[in-house]
Write a protein that binds this ligand. Structure first.
Ligand code: AMP
Ligand code: MG
Length: 286
């Protein structure tokens, strides 16, 4: 008899992907499928199965927020260009009701944003109670692009590790469950994905000539990501590192992590705040 698809998680995704400090990021196998013993088709089947559960869990969260609850979830997506952040938004976050999602992409700070500290725009984008917040890039760019491009002196950006951890501790204490997912594709896979952007009219809009500049600094980005993972993976906001050469796996893993996070909130449906029988009687009489 065929195995039921979800038994193919030999190790639960949150265990298999959770970053352990000091792991060598350079040794990551970008084509691996940690924890998952199945193939692409099995993964796609499980994702299809998870979809209604994910939607149900997110609706419970939304209902919880609407009835005075203070919990929310923040999915942080980090990764270099072409790592598949947008694909996670479309294919995983896209499984839930958009009215309950607060999505925010973080690009080069605008002139207005520059007038404030770097956490200002991040605080403004935090999910309100009941919402699923999604960050496409995040405050962690302050120790990634800022470091690699030398946008701040080293003694300034070095202070950010502690600041990021303090910030996230505060965010978590306010009721926001933080799920940080870092996606990594190999240099060759990135080259192929960029080539596709240059070959396809429907992908030109995603191409940014500065992506090639970032490519020439891959070793510096690797070092920056390594230190980010080692220094900002905390108990309240751990990093999950997802090998992303196989898009189906990255999406499956993100679905599993998000589903697990929502399940852990253990939210039921809010009870009626009215007298059900009385309302039924009123309805019948109307
Ligand atoms: P994309 O994700 O393709 O829309 O690109 C967003 C760009 O904004 C990337 O090149 C990031 O490196 C850049 N970016 C994001 N956050 C910052 C930041 N805090 N300072 C400078 N550049 C940033
Ligand atoms: Mg881009």
């Amino acid at each position: 008899m065929a195995k039921k698809p979800d038994t193919l998680w030999e190790t639960p995704a949150d265990e298999a992907l959770r970053w352990e400090r000091g792991t060598d990021l350079a040794a990551l196998d970008h084509a691996a499928t940690p924890g998952w013993a199945g193939k692409k088709g099995d993964g796609e089947r499980l994702m299809a199965e998870r979809a209604p559960e994910l939607a149900d869990l997110q609706e419970r969260l939304f209902a919880h927020g609407r009835t005075g609850g203070d919990r929310s979830v923040l999915l942080v997506l980090q990764g270099m260009d072409t790592a598949g952040k947008g694909g996670i938004v479309r294919h995983v976050v896209g499984l839930v009701d958009p009215q309950g999602v607060m999505h925010r992409g973080f690009g080069v700070p605008t002139p207005e944003e520059r007038e404030h500290g770097y956490l200002w725009r991040v605080r403004n984008a935090l999910p309100r109670p009941g919402y699923l917040g999604v960050f496409d890039r995040s405050h962690h760019e302050q120790v990634l692009v800022v470091r690699v491009e030398g946008l701040e002196p080293e003694d300034t950006w070095r202070q950010h590790y502690d600041e990021l951890n303090e910030f996230e501790a505060e965010v978590a204490a306010s009721g926001i469950l933080i799920v940080k997912v870092a996606l990594f594709v190999s240099a060759d896979e990135q080259k192929e994905r960029l080539a596709e952007r240059l070959d396809r009219p429907d992908k030109y809009w995603k191409y940014d000539p500065s992506d090639i500049d970032a490519r020439t600094r891959l070793p510096e980005y690797l070092a920056a990501y390594q230190e980010m993972l080692d220094r900002t993976s905390t108990e309240v906001a751990p990093w999950y590192v997802v090998p992303a050469n196989r898009k189906w796996y990255a999406r499956l893993a993100a679905t599993e992590l998000l589903t697990g996070a929502l399940r852990s909130l253990d939210l039921g449906w809010p009870p009626a705040t009215f007298d059900i029988e009385a309302e039924k009687a009123r309805l019948a009489a109307s």
